[in-house]
Write a protein that binds this ligand. Sequence first.
Ligand code: AHR
Length: 857
Amino acid sequence: MRKGVLTIFMLVLLVGNSISSPRNADSVFVFAYSVNEGRSGLTLAWSVDKTNWHAIGPEHCFLFSDFGRWGAQKRMFSPYLFQEESGTWHCIWQLNSDAGQFAHTTSSNLYEWGRQSYPQVMASGNFMEPEVTQQGDHFLISWKSEGGEKEGYFSATTKDFKTYTATKSYPKNDRLSVRKEVLINGKKHKGQLKKVSWDLVDKLIKNYEWMQFHNSERAETLTDDPMQFANLKPLEAKITPKSDESKRISDMLIGIFFEDISYAADGGLYAELVQNRDFEYNLNEKENRDKTWTSKKAWTVSGNATFNIDTINPIHPNNRHFAVLDIKEKGVALTNEGWDGIPVEKDKKYDFSIFVKTAKGNKGSLKIRLVVDGKILGEGKINKIGSEWKKQSTIIKVVETASNATLEVVPEIIGTIQLDMISLFPQHTFKNRKNGLRADLAQTIADLNPTFIRFPGGCVAHGDGLDNIYRWENTIGPLESRVPQKNIWHYHQTAGLGYYEYFQYCEDLGAAPLPVVAAGVPCQNSATGGHGQQCGIPMEEMGDYVQSVLDLIEWANGDKNSKWGKKRAEAGHPEPFNLKYLGVGNEDLITDIFEERFTMIYDAIKEKYPEIVVIGTVGPTYRGTDYEQGWELAKKLEVPIVDEHYYQPPGWFINNQDFYDKYDRNGPKVYLGEYAAHTRGRRMNIETSLCEALYLTAVERNGDIVSMTSFAPLLAKEKHMSWTPDLIYFNNTEVKPTVDYYVQKLYGQNVGTQYIPSFVDLSAGDNKVEQRVGVSIVKDEDSGDLIIKLVNLLPVEVSSTIDLSDFQLKSEGVLTIMEGEPKDETVIPIEKNIQISDNLEYKIPAYSFTVIRAKSI
Ligand code: AHR
């Protein structure tokens, strides 16, 4: 929101306040309750007479319960408010859980809340309908158990709400307030009554009204432009760069966020063509919802044989399951369907490999075939099968292109054979690397010209519960020794695309690697492992975890003779990878548990590797408790950079271009690690892409404080989407960049190191119009080029005159433009030459993004 608008709005609220002051009676009543089976969070109503109740909102969420996973959990039941003498409010509530926990947090005003904690007070069972009384400086809390019959009590001091002691009695008659049933808007609600000052209620109402206003700004959409700008005529703009006020900005502004989500890695960027090559799929990965998701997934057997899975004497303890075929007669084939079929190209070669063995004394071979509709497209042979596990390989040359071949392993043997790690790779991968990346996808990403690559997530980095935290050391070394695991997005993660491959890809692209490790806590939306982030790695195991993070740095940067550097060298990279940035945590709940673990990791890195720039985390969005608390912690610890995330509607990006203008220049810097404009239908189009382009002009303006950005998520495979929208869609044979991709590409290919502020004199005289025109001028000191970015988010043309008289520029420049109607989804930028002059005249088309690049003389 623009500052001017905010000031006017606050003035209106203040005037409103003095008008309503006659109602400023000393005491009114507030009623705390929740609706919609706890999904509403804390809702509040007020009354002067305890009879006529006014819901604030109605039913506006003043406090959201963050316990457990999205969907079924994250609910608040029976909220109960009480206040300390100091004025601090406490809220406790019942959770959607029978884990013997309840929730607690504090506030000074009932709308800005502190960290939530979920104390364990019973071994199990539901902690229901809590009530509170006070004895000295202790609060006694009572609760009911399942069925409402049994009651329990414990006390906590006013200073320390972290430790709770069981008590035997509870003075029921002194309850600070009682639960009652009241009628609000014709509906009965059970909740808790508290006497408060009108001033408090007045502020709650204003906070709600502010949220309404804020949400109306977020709801602004280009769809309403025909009405909103019905009378708008083409505009004129005079743009005057102020070269003497230029400032240095980050040269790493545009990077990428890679996460194995929506089949981005296995089945996507990772070029392996065999699905479930390791026979390690299991029902748990799909939470038992897909009964076919077993070790046999994607495999079938034809002919006279039985097909079983065994775990005795595997090729590696980390890879326990393997296939066993008991073959009764020749003509048996073990077939893999690939990921939606196996795409192959005429005249291209494919590397097949397999671990195989048979009984001692048994002799035979394997035929390998790529087949479509009974037609053989290519063949290979493994000549000898021994009695010990052995990796064998062959090359298959394909004679005909097909998008949906299958792979057949045809044993020429009778009896039992064991098979595992059955793999097929195109020889042509990105940079022709072995165990490499799909060339077309990797190139499309490379074309973004990213200055860094963040990996392995996102939520994948901190995982679904403690056991699912991504452990980097499980993803290096021989493929058969890597530890496959459940992907938090409900599929199988082979770790074939592991830390070595990530670092190598970074090196191939000339991008800085930015690995993100968990901060000792799993994803806040975890389904397993102790309900999200109220659990953390037990403190007695934290030493080992911290060591593992330090080992990562040694693996990446250490000498080839060091313990971990040696492993990197053995994998083929004796030289260090030059790791400089390390993310710790991913939009975690900022709890005491988080702080304790983050601080341990952070301090250890600072002490052993002071040259490493740690990137902290400040929650999943641009405001609220985790954002506030995350920032506070980062400032306290002097964390150099923090990772901000916000997925917001287009209107948010239009109305918050000043978001970073007001940031403290002396505190931590910002990595905007995940963001995207989300329309209602989650479509990517000119509206979303131009909103992002507009916002990025503001980010460049703040490139002194914002060091890095990455749109998220990057990749999604059609038919396997865990999340939309994404930057690049793909299937087995096509890569489909979105309109938003081209915005990232234009920014990525046109970065600067100096920001030159400019005065934009627009003939509109209307803030709503003015904020739809974005200008950013940067200079790239390496090439000496001047780069002008112009975004017009209006339905009318803007005739601009750009004063370039301060710059010594060649007369030939290059202009790249993308334009279209807000709902267009397939716009591709067009490049043309442009004559550069001291007073450059350029008509900025309606709904367009233009980049002009001018060379210095
Ligand atoms: O980008 C998709 C997901 O969004 C990420 O995994 C997570 O960090 C965020 O919530």
